[in-house]
Design a protein around this ligand. Structure first.
Ligand SMILES: [Zn+2]
Length: 69
């Protein structure tokens, strides 16, 4: 069973849980936080998951953004 993972941006109003969500590409590393932050789920993530895209990559070393630091 895959472990569900979620993340959010400090500046965002929603959290994400789907690696295919393109919002991740726009998120700056310094604003990245794991967990839901008590925010509602991103609608894009919800629709991606509903459309059958894999929710998360089941790899503990793989995070949704590429940190350059
Ligand atoms: Zn999202």
């Amino acid at each position: 069973m895959k472990t569900s993972r979620s993340w959010h941006s400090l500046k965002g109003s929603v959290y994400h849980d789907n690696d295919h969500c393109e919002t991740v590409l726009l998120m700056q590393a310094r604003n990245f936080k794991t967990g839901t932050g008590g925010k509602p789920l991103c609608r894009n993530c919800a629709s991606l998951t509903a459309a059958g895209f894999a929710k998360v990559i089941d790899d503990p070393d793989c995070i949704p953004i590429r940190q350059s630091v």
